[in-house]
Ligand binder design. Structure first.
Ligand SMILES: CC(C)(COP(=O)(O)OP(=O)(O)OC[C@H]1O[C@@H](n2cnc3c(N)ncnc32)[C@H](O)[C@@H]1OP(=O)(O)O)[C@@H](O)C(=O)NCCC(=O)NCCS
Length: 156
């Protein structure tokens, strides 16, 4: 398996698979040529025999100079449980560290138990919050539009 930086031309491939890989309709402003063009160092694709089997998209924070942020990761359903997600995160950590970052952050929905398990296995800690759901600290109404989030942090 090969981990590589994304190119503008990957945009259409991601758009075509995102909803299937997510498991329900998924659209994001990140799935855009401008995002890949300007944040290409921290957007990585995993390929096997030329086929994309996973991707990760994130950025280096401008306002928090020690930090990098992972916005989304998806692995082809047939390729899950085989280390693709771990390899994508490792690639992201290496890029972030080489560019001077010491902390990686990301969030997930409290209903996404697999994502919580995955991030915990990869060494992320869960930030303490005022409330817990099912024993997991949750930032309620994270954006002010009703969605709750588990907030992860990892020191590189
Ligand atoms: C979450 C996701 C990216 C994991 O990718 P993956 O390639 O299957 O993960 P890996 O095989 O690299 O697993 C890495 C570790 O996480 C653990 N893990 C992965 N999925 C898990 C699950 N569903 N339940 C429990 N542990 C899990 C693995 O056991 C492994 O631990 P180990 O290496 O210490 O043995 C993938 O399931 C996915 O694309 N899900 C849909 C999109 C999504 O939920 N993205 C995350 C939210 S943004």
């Amino acid at each position: 398996m090969r981990i590589r930086s994304m190119f503008d031309t990957d945009c259409e491939r991601i758009l075509n698979v995102a909803s299937d890989w997510w498991g329900s309709s998924y659209s994001s402003d990140l799935f855009s040529k401008w995002y890949i063009h300007h944040f290409g160092d921290t957007c990585l694709a995993a390929e096997e025999d030329g086929e994309m089997v996973g991707f990760i998209m994130g950025f280096l924070s401008q306002s928090q100079p020690d930090e990098a942020y992972i916005r989304i990761v998806m692995v082809h359903p047939d390729w899950r449980g085989r280390g693709v997600g771990r390899a994508l995160y490792k690639g992201f950590f290496e890029v972030a560290e080489s560019l001077g970052r010491k902390i990686v952050r990301c969030v997930t929905a409290p209903t996404k138990k697999e994502s919580i398990a995955f991030h915990t296995r990869l060494g992320f800690s869960i930030e303490q919050q005022e409330q817990e759901l099912d024993g997991v600290p949750v930032y309620m109404n994270y954006d002010g539009r009703g969605g709750n989030r588990v907030v992860f942090k990892k020191l590189l």
